[in-house]
Design a binder for this molecule. Structure first.
Ligand code: SIN
Ligand code: MN
Length: 296
């Protein structure tokens, strides 16, 4: 899959691209069927909604489940991001957000790169977010909202919100958000909501300002979020556990386009459990100068 010059220009202008129905219903079903097994586990990598049992986000399924290990290497996702960056990619973060019916909580306005810079010391914004809808998304089930063009502002001032939800996030002030929305067109396009069937894919810039409100509908809004980082832009410190911010910088290999259905063998190194080292953290920058260029 190759992006057209129009799509590249659109990504540059708006900060996102939307591909409705990018994965077929059968491919999507292979992924959806894996989720209950992952969500039922009581472990730190299943973050539950504040005061509730519903899973807010599941981390690192690509190291546990063969289906998601294949998705992580899917050419329909890797190729366009590699095209935009002109470089190979590693997986910085992999999550399956629940946003479950009646229980899914908000994601406050934020930029992802703010967190990756502040927490992980990722050098630049050369990392891409990809969202894949496992359920249909419409205005009722807490859809993702974007402020188009907000990525052009670079890294914005943010505060570390440790209390609004069960998951800490570097979030923006309301005044800042209001100004960005106004600049993007106010009531006329200042906030956009990509809506589409299960299997749709969104690619969005790591500085694009985004949020979602709670899900009071009777429909789940499960989505996979993959954060793909250019290998040369790997994080410099391991302040967060490895299941949140990955430390394996080897470029992701492409599998065949039909891999979700043909199911080739893939490595799932954490299938029998996460190594204890994944919980070790350090607030010091690490010295990567000895890492061979071929490994980067
Ligand atoms: C995120 O920003 O990482 C998740 C947002 C959402 O699931 O609505
Ligand atoms: Mn985000």
């Amino acid at each position: 899959m190759k992006l057209t010059p129009e799509q590249i220009a659109q990504f540059d202008r708006d900060g996102y691209l939307f591909f409705p129905g990018h994965f077929t219903p059968e491919e999507t079903r292979r992924m959806t069927d894996e989720v209950p097994r992952l969500y039922e586990v009581r472990a730190p990598w299943n973050v539950r909604e504040k005061g509730r049992d519903a899973v807010r986000t599941n981390f690192a399924a690509h190291l546990v489940s063969p289906v998601f290990a294949r998705l992580a290497r899917h050419p329909r996702m890797l190729a366009p991001v590699e095209q935009l960056f002109g470089e190979r990619l590693y997986m910085h973060q992999f999550k399956i957000n629940g946003k479950m019916a009646f229980e899914g909580d908000v994601w406050q306005w934020h930029q992802d790169y703010g967190t990756w810079l502040n927490d992980d010391h990722m050098p630049t914004e050369r990392a891409m977010n990809v969202a894949i809808f496992l359920d249909e998304v419409d205005e009722t089930n807490g859809p993702l909202m974007f402020i188009p063009g907000s990525h052009k502002k670079g890294v914005l001032q943010a505060g570390h919100d440790l209390s609004t939800t069960s998951y800490p996030l570097w979030t923006l002030e309301n005044e800042q958000v209001a100004a960005l929305v106004e600049r993007a067109g106010g009531r006329h396009g200042g906030i956009v909501i990509p809506k589409g069937p299960a299997g749709s894919m969104l690619m969005f810039h790591s500085c694009l300002v985004h949020a979602s409100s709670s899900n009071l509908s009777p429909w789940n809004r499960v989505s996979v979020y993959l954060s793909l980082c250019a290998v040369s832009n790997h994080i410099r410190r391991f302040k967060r556990p490895e299941y949140i911010a990955h430390r394996e910088f080897t470029p992701l290999e492409h599998l065949a386009d039909d891999c979700l259905l043909s199911a080739p063998p893939v490595d799932t190194p954490w299938a029998a459990g996460m190594p204890a080292s994944a919980l070790e953290t350090s607030s010091e920058d690490l010295d990567f100068s000895t890492l061979a260029t071929a490994d980067r």
